[in-house]
Every structure is written in structure tokens, then in C-alpha cells.
Design a protein around this ligand. Sequence first.
Ligand SMILES: Cc1ncc(COP(=O)(O)O)c(C=O)c1O
Length: 272
Amino acid sequence: MVLVNGVATDRLAVDDRGLHYGDGLFETLAILDGHAPLWSRHMARLHRGCRALGIATPDTDALHDEAFHLCAGRPRAVLKLLITRGSGRRGYRPPEPAVPTRILMLGDWPAHPPAWHDEGIDVRTCDMRLSRNPVLAGHKHLNRLEQVLARAEWGDEFQEGLMLDIDGWVVEGTMSNLFVVKDGTLLTPPIDQCGVAGIMRGLVMETAQAIGIPCEERNLRREDLDRTEGMFLSNTLIGLWPLRSLDGRPTPRHGCVPVLRSAIHERHGVPQ
Ligand SMILES: Cc1ncc(COP(=O)(O)O)c(C=O)c1O
């Protein structure tokens, strides 16, 4: 089911700048019993992104009504929400005034093997690197070519790829954020030059602090991941997936993953 500017259709104007330039933002929300437990966090990130790109912020109440009309009665689903700068004439110059396009798409909950959650996943380091741009860093904008090319590097032999930036700093997974346990401290790379500031990353960091697990942002090189007490990836749909191996080398499992999962579940109502 798809709504474009509130109308049930799967058609979009061919001059939409989201299509031409990736000129827009998106959010992917987990739907549970017809509602999105992390709605306000997704809206806050969307609004930050709109401000950064100079796109008029959508009316959150109207978006909420449309979203929950679409999701009503769905026990579990995925809602993808896109805001583009809207239609424009030829050329990069943003139209004045611009009328943003909003697209809401409801999809099925992804059926991942339970072993990925319970036993962990195999991850590779991608050859594709992320470019650094502090203005775009953190935002979930529609320019995702780096992730598309990174994901094209493997088939089914790994479940996720780790991405470094052009200077060799570890950033995140192609669709997830990274946490590493070293000396009992949970470390995650800063998202100030590139990468997406994941909603689940934020929950992990807040929850870790709240339950007494030391957690901090730290710049990490790929070699730093060769000796850790454990690693996991986070994303709103997958929750937390421990790593079982990185580039074919087995990775230890750390007990903080189930502890964090249940604390996040209790505090925020997201599935474990
Ligand atoms: C590149 C990238 N990084 C991180 C994430 C995790 O974000 P979130 O926790 O908001 O799902 C995603 C999610 O799709 C992503 O695409």
C-alpha cells in the first residue's frame, strides 16, 4: 500500500527531485500492533534532515494520521516514509517555492533467520568507502549510492558489510551502526563526517548509560576490530545482531547484547 501526498497511488511525477538528485530524506519505521513505538525519534531525525537540506518540514500530525491509517490492524510491518523537495524544472537549483512530496509505503516485516539474532552474523569489510561531508553526516538522505555499490560486493555469503570512510576510519554497516566492546566499554564510531545517526544506535547509547554499561564514541581503525570482546550491529528493524565473524575471523560473543535488548524492550516497547 502506497500513499503519495495522501492519495492511494503508486505513481510519482517524473520531475520529482527525489528521483533526479536524491533530493530528500527517508525513514524506515518498525510497526507493531498498528503503531510505531519510535515515531517521535524518527520524526525528530526527519526534521533535523529537513532543516539541513532546507526542505520545508512536514506537518507531523498530518503525517501521523496518514501513517496510522495505513498501518491500522497490522500486527507487524515496515513503514517507509520519504520526503522529497518535490517537483522541479531542469537543473540543480532548488525551485522557489518548492512543494515537498511525501510518500508512505507499507511493507511486510522482513523474515530473517532467528539464528542471525541468536548466534550472530558473518560480516565482511567492504571495498567501497564512504565520503566525508559533515553537512550530510547523520541524516538519512536519499543519496545511497555508496551503500548500493557496497551491497553489490557480495551475495548471500555474508549478512552485512562494514564500511570505512575514504580516510580508513570505521563508520558503520551498509544498513546498520556498529558497536564494539573493548576493555568492558561499549564503543561506537562518531557519525560526524559520514554515516547515518541510527535511531537504534541512539537507544543503545542512552540505555547503556542508564543501566551502567560504559559507552562512548571513539574513532576506530579496521585493525582495532581484530581484538575485541565482542561486536554487534544495530538498526531499527533488526534490533541488535551480534557478529559471529568479521572477514572470516571468528568474533567473541559478549553478554551485553541480551542485556541491552531486554532493557531497550522494557524502556521503549520495541521487540527484543
Ligand atoms: C546506512 C545506514 N546506517 C545506519 C542505519 C541504522 O539506522 P536506524 O537505527 O535508524 O534503523 C541504517 C538503517 O537503514 C542505514 O541505512
